[in-house]
Design a protein around this ligand. Structure first.
Ligand SMILES: Nc1ncnc2c1ncn2[C@@H]1O[C@H](COP(=O)(O)OP(=O)(O)OP(=O)(O)O)[C@@H](O)[C@H]1O
Ligand SMILES: [Mg+2]
Length: 237
């Protein structure tokens, strides 16, 4: 049961949105997902309350540095993927979550401030590797990317990341109103009404590619499908 943390010390980088997209796509594919909501704004918990029951998704609220390892230990037998939503700040929870993670995803919009917040997470990952020999897989995910134009700021961020040889996901999360609407309406991209939400099909396709890229990095075998009618044993790759 891989633990995936979304981290960027800069607020508003798109962590919570990316957490929800990944969690709902994994759940749609039949994986049991536990979201650990450590964001002081509790957006995921609020989404869960608005949504009611969502198949395969559990949310744990008020996660602290002290409680995080316990939540993981207590739920590891009923969870396929843990996803941690961190606050946009540098605090002790950041190091605890990163230390418990199998993969850290660093959402970065095409702007210098986000890149700086992402760099702080990368520095912490480097520190753990050099000082403690703990090497944790990580990738940047570009977020809120304009579907029509590539901005100069985004080009700059991309070239900085490539200079520093930071792994970047092939799938960027596009700026889509559907990704905001699921927080207001509850449910998932699959329960939104295509007649009311613009470009919903494109949003679904984007979220699917994002989740599949992460599943390829952290495959989990699904023993008993709880949702889909797919094969009994499915490799996530
Ligand atoms: N791909 C996207 N398309 C459209 N809107 C987005 C997208 N990603 C994020 N947003 C919007 O940007 C704002 C910030 O996003 P989000 O809350 O996901 O960031 P965050 O990193 O979790 O912020 P914080 O650090 O405050 O927890 C929200 O209003 C959200 O709806
Ligand atoms: Mg957040």
């Amino acid at each position: 049961m891989p633990v995936i943390t979304f981290a960027n010390t800069k607020g508003g980088a798109g962590k919570t949105t990316a957490v929800l997209l990944l969690a709902t796509e994994l759940a749609q594919k039949g994986y049991r997902v536990t979201i650990l909501d450590a964001d002081p704004q509790h957006w995921i918990t609020r989404w869960h309350e608005v949504s009611g029951h969502v198949t395969n998704i559990s949310v744990i609220d008020f996660v602290t540095s002290a409680s995080l390892p316990l939540h993981i230990a207590e739920n590891k037998h009923n969870t396929d993927y843990f996803i941690i939503d961190l606050p946009g700040a540098r605090n002790p929870l950041l190091a605890t979550a990163i230390g418990l993670s199998d993969h850290v995803l660093i959402p970065i919009q095409g702007c210098a401030m986000d890149a700086r917040g992402g760099a702080q997470v990368l520095e912490l990952l480097q520190y753990l590797d050099e000082k403690a020999g703990i090497r944790i897989g990580h990738s940047v995910v570009l977020t809120r990317v304009n579907s029509m134009v590539t901005t100069r700021a985004l080009c700059l961020v991309k070239s900085l990341l490539s200079e520093r040889q930071v792994p970047v996901l092939d799938t960027a999360i596009i700026e889509r109103s559907a990704f905001r609407d699921i927080f207001d309406c509850g449910g998932t991209l699959h329960s939104l009404d295509p007649a009311r939400v613009s470009n919903l099909e494109k949003a679904r396709e984007n979220a699917r590619c994002f989740a599949e890229e992460i599943m390829g990095k952290l495959p989990v075998k699904l023993a008993e499908p709880t949702h889909s009618t797919g094969p009994l044993i499915r490799s996530a790759a």
